[in-house]
Design a protein around this ligand. Structure first.
Ligand SMILES: Nc1nc(=O)c2c([nH]1)NC[C@@H]1CN(c3ccc(C(=O)N[C@@H](CCC(=O)O)C(=O)O)cc3)C=[N+]21
Length: 288
């Protein structure tokens, strides 16, 4: 029987509708509108698309968004100056610096400069550390989207073998930590794989839940998947065939029990978690 296709797009819409209600309540209670500042440097076409979608999402749930567009030639000091201003601007609750940044700018220096209180991507070392200790201020958007998908689709993670392919700072590393923590969407036995892993197919075939985030189109083939496994595809690869994931969808859907598509899987949930974090940031600012 072919896999059930997990509809991330529909789930994202449901979560946005829930959030819209929470945002109205927040505004009534505090007379403050949750606000996100999005910073886009240069003219990367994919980044333009993402930032436009994120702003539309904000509009839908009643979060105010402010766009800061800087030229490709922006220096690191100029960008640091803008971030400093956003950090001290009390009407801004969340700051998103869209990646990648142009080559003359050190990404780590920029991400470290965002106030941890406004770090809705959860990339700041303080927030990474708090998450690892199991007392998060924010959860990183893509890992959190994957975890919400598993929780809300009723996919048990406790005691399961989870194999994460890819060790990026944005997805693989934090997600492997989160799924090993106590609590819903966690309590799993986690294995993290990367380019040095020996006999990768043998490892991935042990997965009850296989999560793939390496950025290689159609990398995971049917022979790498245990029959009945849940397969989560985090890949976003632009090819001549359009946007495709890291999983060979047509072949793997004959083997897996559940599978996320690309587009329409994890991507929309990533965006929704940014909204969740912005409301969280606004709540935390009010509580101070
Ligand atoms: N500071 C920062 N934070 C990020 O979270 C961040 C970033 N920079 N830079 C780029 C990556 C990539 N990323 C995606 C978000 C949504 C979709 C998404 O919504 N995808 C849709 C389709 C999009 C399309 O049609 O192109 C889908 O899969 O259905 C994809 C990719 C966030 N990133």
């Amino acid at each position: 029987m072919p896999a059930n296709i997990l509809d991330g797009k529909a789930l994202a819409k449901t979560i946005r509708e829930e959030l819209a209600v929470e945002v109205v309540e927040f505004i009534q209670q505090h007379e403050v509108v949750p606000s996100l500042a999005a910073v886009l440097v240069g003219e990367d076409p994919a980044s333009e698309v993402y930032v436009r979608m994120k702003r539309r999402d904000c509009e839908q749930v009643g979060i105010h968004s402010v766009m800061h567009r800087l030229p490709e030639t922006t220096t690191q000091d100029e960008l640091l100056k803008l971030i400093g201003e956003l950090n001290t601007n009390a009407s801004i609750h969340g700051i998103l610096v869209q990646l990648p940044l142009p080559g003359q700018i050190n990404e780590q220096a920029i991400l470290d400069a965002v106030s941890p209180d406004k770090d809705v991507d959860s990339f700041h070392p303080t927030n990474v550390g708090l998450m690892v200790q199991g007392r998060p201020r924010f959860l990183p958007c893509t890992p959190s989207g994957v975890q919400q998908l598993l929780i809300r689709e009723g996919i048990e993670t406790s005691g399961k073998n989870v194999v994460v392919v890819g060790r990026s700072e944005i997805v693989g590393k934090p997600l492997s930590v989160m799924m090993g923590l106590r609590g819903p969407g966690g309590d799993a036995t986690v294995t993290i794989c990367h380019s040095r892993t020996k006999d990768l197919p043998a490892v991935t075939r042990e997965a009850d839940i296989l999560i793939v985030a390496i950025g290689k189109a159609n990398f995971v083939t049917a022979d790498m998947v245990k029959p009945g496994a849940v397969v989560i595809d985090v890949g976003v690869n632009r090819t001549d065939d359009g946007l495709v994931g890291d999983v060979d969808f047509d072949a793997v859907k004959e083997i897996a029990s559940q599978l996320t598509p690309v587009p329409g899987g994890v991507g929309p949930l990533t965006r929704v978690m940014l909204l969740v974090n912005t409301l969280t940031a606004a709540r935390q600012a009010q509580a101070k």
